[in-house]
Design a protein around this ligand. Structure first.
Ligand code: AMP
Ligand code: TRP
Length: 327
């Protein structure tokens, strides 16, 4: 039996944060041993919002590749590659654009939210989830490990596959999303950790930066002084303890509730736990940054392997659509 195919991607729009790591990357790292994995740095998607800042793209791609590899992705086990280096993503996206009604795209929740909040109104931005569907279906992926916010995009991808198959025959399998245990990590202000809220803890931060950001974290607003009883279930510091502090989290919750534990000491403890967990990632990061050739080689090799699979799918797609004119 052939191995299952896994594909996922992230936009190179900034350094990776703990939400990206816990919500997606951690799963990628564990899946790479068992499955054929493709990890895509989706630079064309990033252009839907950062089209006026293309000069920074190359550095951001490099940073993202470094974050991937430092977190444990292994270029020998999975294909780590840049989307725009596999042109078939654009071809499949174009073919899909002929068969997908515009209202399907207008209905996607992220379109409405972001077009209003960020003022994005380009043709390409409307097509964002369709390009994502092309990313996934180009590899005929079975599994797509992502955070919870991506579920509507995976659902659309399944609809695109069904529409394609009903028009041209069964070529594209319907993929499943795969969530991690921590599919929504809170940021320092208690909202979802996100680049756009400026509330992130990044893998690349120094231990001091991490401690400083944690010291200003939002906590239970009803706990003003050390003796006040707290509500750990409402507190993002506690949510992060549950991910990063391996022992004694029940005691932290009890001591917070009874007022024995104050927020200042609790935050110091959290900073220590996170810095310990990230120490090996940061060390690997520093090594990779001083050997950029190693990183670019991984990306070049990844693009070759991705192209091989993408080429096979496009042959199937062109045949199914009767778009082969050379014989
Ligand atoms: P983004 O940074 O929005 O491009 O997201 C990249 C990946 O990380 C996607 O799979 C997201 O679902 C996931 N992700 C982003 N933020 C979080 C978060 N706060 N908690 C869990 N997963 C997240
Ligand atoms: N939309 C995804 C995000 O913001 C990025 C993405 C693009 C993606 N193509 C993908 C994720 C394919 C999974 C599979 O995180």
């Amino acid at each position: 039996m052939s191995r299952k195919i896994v594909l996922s991607g992230m936009q190179p729009t900034g350094r990776l944060h703990l939400g990206n790591y816990e919500g997606a990357l951690r799963n990628w790292v564990s899946l790479q041993d068992e499955f054929d994995m493709y990890c895509c740095i989706v630079d064309w998607h990033a252009l839907t919002s950062d089209f006026d800042d293309t000069a920074a793209m190359k550095d951001r791609i490099f940073d993202m590749a470094v974050d991937y590899l430092a977190s444990g992705l292994d270029g020998n086990k999975c294909a780590v590659f840049i989307q725009s280096q596999v042109k078939e993503h654009a071809e499949l996206h174009l073919l899909f654009s002929m068969i997908i009604p515009i209202p399907w795209l207008e209905r996607v929740p992220s379109y409405k939210e972001k077009s209003e909040s960020l003022g994005l109104d380009s043709y390409g931005f409307l097509g964002y989830p369709l390009l994502q569907a092309a990313d996934i279906l180009l590899y005929r992926a079975d599994l797509v490990p992502v955070g919870k916010d991506q579920l509507p995009h995976i659902e659309l991808t399944r609809e695109v596959a069904r529409r394609f198959n009903s028009l041209y025959g069964e070529v594209l399998p319907e993929p499943q999303a795969k969530l991690t245990k921590f599919a929504e990590v809170p940021g320092t202000d208690g909202r979802k950790m996100s680049k756009s809220y400026d509330n992130v803890l990044s893998l690349a931060d120094t231990p001091e930066e991490t401690a400083k950001k944690i010291s200003t974290m939002f906590t239970d607003p009803e706990k003003l002084r050390m003796g006040d009883p707290g509500h750990p279930e409402k507190c993002p510091v506690y949510a992060l303890h549950r991910i990063y502090t391996h022992e004694g989290t029940d005691k932290i919750a009890d001591d917070c509730r009874t007022g024995k534990l104050g927020c200042v000491a609790d935050k110091k403890h959290l900073a220590q736990s996170i810095n310990e967990a990230l120490a090996p990632v940061r060390q690997k990061r520093a090594e990779l940054v001083s050997h950029p050739d190693v990183v670019w080689d991984v990306l070049r090799d990844g693009a070759k392997r991705a192209s091989a699979r993408a080429g096979e799918t496009m042959e199937l797609v062109r045949s199914a659509m009767r778009l082969k004119y050379d014989s």
